[in-house]
Design a protein around this ligand. Sequence first.
Ligand code: GLU
Length: 339
Amino acid sequence: MSKPRIHILALGGTIATRPDATGAMQMGLGADDLVSAVPLLASVAEIEAETVSRVGSHSLSFDQLQALATKIRGLEADGIVVTQGTDTLEETSFLLDLLLDLDKPVIVTAAMRNPSLTSPDGPGNLLAAVRVAADPWVRAHAKALGVVVVMLDEVYAASDVLKVHPTRINAFASTQTGPLAALVEDRIVPMALPVRDAIVAAKKHLGGAKDGKAAPVAVFWMSLDESGRLLDAVTTAPDHLGYRGAVIGAMGGGHTPERATDSVLKLAAAIPTVVAPRAGGGPMLRQTYGGPSSEIGLRKGGLIWGGRLHPLKARVLLETCLRAGLSRAIVTEVFDLFG
Ligand code: GLU
């Protein structure tokens, strides 16, 4: 039986670093270097490898990811593996998930330990990602899975995966839902399919996002005794400092400090503003607490309710909606789908 054709696209990140003369790690390796470090890949798939960029993921842009999605749409491979840095992987994978609608696997992977360290995880993660992309169950369920992330022998839904630690090797988790599959020996063991109704429904509105123009979204984290002055700065500045939307990382089930609430409401009147849980995701309340700074008051005041999405994922979705040119009413409808 012929092996599946898997196309590897390398963007940069720790997985692609090498030491400079001072010993500092710099972006440098390309896709061919990554592939030649893992001879076993050839036994799993027919590999095509392409270096897209040599950029740390902390410096990637929406435009670059939009261009990557266009490139992926044009590939004839049976599956695609993207390698990048870990810093923004939870955002980039979700953005690709929103922009792509393919019935073949799209996998994002990375590394926490750079190639100069003992037991770097890059080669193992790349092999695991290609195994996942080539796996018959994954290929049969590619549409139902959406874009997935493979790290340390686990498969995660792009909409749920989070980077939960800045340095340790097991830095990724889907804290709400758990992994979708595990790699054991050379097998993929399926464990769950993601609930994607909200994403599928959202995508119906997102057609124009593929080549939409920049629509920057600010994130504000609410914290003890926050005054709201930073929000006022955006609300009152000419052209809102260029921001077209905002996400508020709110406390608990959707709460903001009372002293900041006037600023929150004014911001929401100026630009579409989404409330998402700073607790890291999970459905928020809608109708429990009264008063101006809790869910009932904020919702009445025009805040868009972000549902179960982590604030960083809500930001990706909001910018994608705005790039697609969606009205505030449709944006509200889209976020409403997320619970
Ligand atoms: N900050 C770099 C990046 O995200 C390196 C971190 C990493 O890959 O783990 O690309």
